[in-house]
Design a protein around this ligand. Structure first.
Ligand code: FE2
Length: 505
């Protein structure tokens, strides 16, 4: 059943949703296919998928949530950066051999205003409000809740790294409102999109970036009941950007790339002269800063190494006296990477930069010696592991990979750290895999005993499916493909929970 995204009325509401008047329709030019990756999905759906190939595994019972920008315009005016799109949650509920799909926009202030305004209603990271400098000066980017989604202590939270999480009903996806952990998230309440779990303790660790009174990373520890406490902070040498964090049994581990806001540009952005994303620069002369924050609090240990450029970490763990961090390091300039991240229409139009970074292992010795080695030659993004291995050494890493220099993801990859073996599942031409999420089989016998769940976008024909692969043998191909009746713009991050959602039918 479709419902109008502009109001809670059921389908048939006279009011049309925000029209995509300035955005192109899906491309169907077969002779010269043009890949569309972020075509808005205005409609909200709620139905059981019945166009299926293969079988949903009997013992796969749970829910996959995905988050990403569902629309990239406000009042028909394109937004300026992929990071600014309005968050839309997708929910795939798998049980009893069937998958149910539901999607809903997150009712942020930005979304609610964007569907009744003529242009961007607020500043965003890469978008300026109409009205010039005065309309933008001293305005913070709007929270669009579009980056990740996690389930912790019974709460479903949509994450956006510049502000508070937004809580949603895990069955209906109804927006409940911003969540501040009983007031522990102060002021802007930044809470990054990449929390990490310790499976043994049930705790969640995360951080938030703060720019005032001094630039710093504020570290949080949330117990299994959802009670948060502030752990420590890491002062930064200036305004910077950091997207991810690692967790070991002893530390939160930051590997902060030299992505800096030079002060003139930072104040220029703050006073409305330029957007925030354009104020960011890669300054290799600063190198990469590493911070090891004890999990029980205490003074962080700070080290420095050669400059790296990454967004995402695969995992972190202790190996004897060493701390090991695995991440995806880019062999590209920040301008190239930001160009790809700015692509609100099609990643394929962003030049020749191959998709993704190179799996790279950083080893930090007790004495401070740091070594860096690549552990695969693949290009990939959106690393995934069995979450039960988080903070301990994992054997298997899964990636959305770009093979043969592709500028878009075109394969699922599995890297075996014990043997160095890489196995691949190539997607059909024009099919782009979203991030894969690992779902463990009940009573799993090995680290890879489970499934990889990933929406796949057929970006030529603009239609999508849920693809499920047995993680033990990805080369065997999907065990299940459930075709949606519509497309799904590429999402950023998602999560799986064995809790079976109960969407209203
Ligand atoms: Fe991310």
């Amino acid at each position: 059943m479709r419902t109008c995204p502009a109001c809670p009325a059921p389908s048939g509401c006279a009011r049309p949703p925000s029209p995509p008047t300035r955005l192109e329709p899906a491309v169907t030019d077969v002779a010269e296919p043009k890949i569309k990756t972020y075509t808005p999905l205005y409609d909200e759906y709620n139905y059981t998928i019945d166009d299926v190939e293969g079988e949903l595994p009997e013992d796969l019972r749970g829910t996959l949530y995905r988050n990403g920008p569902g629309k990239m315009e406000a009042g028909g005016t394109p937004l300026g950066h992929l990071f600014d799109g309005d968050g839309m949650l997708s929910m795939f509920t798998m049980a009893d051999g069937k998958t149910h799909f539901r999607n809903r926009f997150i009712q942020t202030k930005h979304y609610q205003k964007s569907i009744v305004s003529d242009a961007a209603p607020f500043r965003a990271l890469g978008t300026m409000r109409a009205g010039g400098v005065l309309a933008n000066a001293l305005r913070f980017p709007a929270n669009v809740a579009n980056t990740a989604v996690v389930m912790h202590a019974g709460k479903l939270l949509a994450l956006w790294e510049g502000g508070r999480p937004t809580e949603l009903d895990p069955d209906t996806l109804r927006t409940k409102g911003e969540h501040d952990f009983d007031g522990e998230l102060k002021w802007l309440g930044a809470f990054s999109a990449h929390p990490k779990w310790d499976w043994d303790t049930g705790e969640l660790f995360n951080f938030g970036m703060a720019m005032a009174p001094v630039p710093r990373l504020i570290c949080y520890r949330v117990d299994r009941a959802g009670k948060m406490r502030r752990l420590a902070h890491v002062n930064l040498p200036g305004p910077m950007f950091n997207h991810d964090v690692g967790l070991t049994k002893k530390h939160m581990v930051f590997v902060v790339p030299p992505l800096v806001f030079p002060l003139p540009k930072f104040f220029g952005a703050a006073f409305g002269l330029r957007n925030y994303m354009d104020a960011l620069e890669y300054d290799a002369s600063r190198g990469t800063m590493i911070a090891l924050v004890p999990r029980d609090g205490g003074k962080p240990r700070i080290l420095h190494t050669d400059p790296q450029l990454h967004l995402h970490m695969c995992n972190a763990y202790e190996d004897g006296d060493d701390t090991v961090v695995e991440l995806l390091n880019y062999h590209a300039t920040w301008e190239q990477l930001n160009g790809q991240l700015s692509a609100i229409d099609s990643l394929a139009d962003t030049g020749t930069m191959p998709y993704g970074g190179i799996p790279t292992r950083m080893r930090i010795g007790r004495g401070g010696r740091i070594s860096v080695e690549e552990f695969s030659g693949l290009n990939g993004e959106f690393p995934a592991i069995n979450v039960k291995r988080m903070a301990t050494r994992n054997r298997y890493t899964y990636l959305s990979a770009g093979l043969d220099g592709s500028v878009v993801p075109n394969a699922l990859a599995k890297i075996d750290a014990d043997t160095g073996k890489e196995t691949l599942l190539r997607m059909p031409d024009g099919h782009l895999p979203h991030e894969a999420v690992f779902a463990a089989r009940p009573d799993a016998q090995s680290e890879d005993d489970g499934w990889l769940l990933m929406p796949v976008l057929d970006a030529v024909n603009n239609i999508a499916n849920l693809t499920i692969v047995d993680a033990r043998d990805i080369e065997a191909g999907p065990v299940y493909t459930g075709r949606l009746s519509h497309h799904l713009p590429l999402t950023f991050h998602g999560c799986y929970t064995p809790r079976v959602a109960r969407p209203p039918r």
